[in-house]
Design a protein around this ligand. Structure first.
Ligand SMILES: Nc1ncnc2c1ncn2[C@@H]1O[C@H](COP(=O)(O)OP(=O)(O)O)[C@@H](O)[C@H]1O
Ligand SMILES: [Mg+2]
Length: 255
């Protein structure tokens, strides 16, 4: 089994990286061999797992994407035995421009992942906040897509652009891509607006909305500064419970 899931939304600050890191960690804790790929030049998933401290001067995701090194050679271990990661940093910023002239610019990541050939049960890709080549590469390489939506007033704004991009990718490059779910994040149960937004999203998107809702939880926002996923930082927090429930929901869905 090998399932590739990309976490995408062109909006920043909606919980993509938090979800990528903590879903990966929860799947790993459930015994699944998991690879987390940081596809964002901001490198937040990388620093969130404390990897940036060992990264200086080493090859990373960018060097694999431009074909200088193999993907295998840039994989690093994390504090969780079942969780490996492909780190990134600002090297990746140039990629959007450098890729414009490449013929296979949309399928580079898919080709790299094919070389992994079933070494992992799950591969999770943390996308940047844009619909550029990097996100398109992730959508082309993935079997499934999870879209985090922050429970705030403008939650649905821009979603149609993303879903349209998904439609184009499905029509042209990756017919098997499935929207495995809209994930409601940063839900504040005391805020009546959050309830209304959640209701609204369910009304519009129905069974595309994942059952698990990620609550707003301060422990989740603290854990990256310790370089740890929530299950290692505070396993008893509501954030940890929520991401473990998300992993269970994803595992129930299977491949
Ligand atoms: N459920 C949550 N509760 C509290 N803070 C959160 C939660 N999810 C994310 N955050 C915080 O919100 C900010 C944006 O989240 P992040 O995952 O980096 O979003 P994105 O990757 O979409 O830009 C970060 O500071 C993160 O720690
Ligand atoms: Mg991010």
């Amino acid at each position: 089994m090998n399932k590739i899931i990309c976490i995408a939304n062109q909006k920043g600050g909606v919980g993509k990286t938090t979800t990528a890191v903590n879903l990966s960690a929860s799947l790993a804790a459930a015994g699944k061999k998991t690879l987390l790929i940081d596809a964002d030049s901001q490198g937040n998933a990388t620093s969130g797992l404390g990897i940036d401290r060992i990264l200086h001067g080493q090859s990373n995701f960018y060097h694999a994407m431009i074909g200088q090194v193999t993907l295998d050679s840039v994989i690093v271990e994390t504090a969780l035995p079942n969780l490996h990661m492909v780190p990134s940093n600002q090297d990746l910023i140039g990629m959007e421009v450098e890729f414009v002239h490449l013929e296979d610019r949309e399928v580079r990541l898919r080709k790299l992942l094919q070389s992994m050939n079933g070494s992992y049960d799950f591969i999770i890709i943390d996308c940047p906040p844009s619909l550029g080549f990097m996100t398109v590469n992730a959508l082309v390489a993935a079997h499934a897509l999870i879209v985090p939506l922050q429970c705030e007033y403008y939650a649905l704004e821009g979603l149609s652009y993303l879903l349209n991009t998904v439609k184009l990718v499905k029509a042209n490059l990756n017919p098997g891509l499935s929207l495995d779910g809209i994930l409601l994040t940063m839900f504040d149960a005391r805020n009546s607006l959050a309830h209304r937004v959640a209701e609204d999203v369910r009304k519009h998107l129905g069974n595309k909305v994942l059952k698990t809702i990620i609550p707003r939880n301060v422990r989740l926002s603290e854990s990256p500064s310790h370089g740890l996923p929530i299950i290692l930082y505070d396993v008893k927090s509501r954030g940890a419970f929520a991401y473990m429930a998300l992993a269970e929901e994803i595992l129930r869905r299977g491949t």
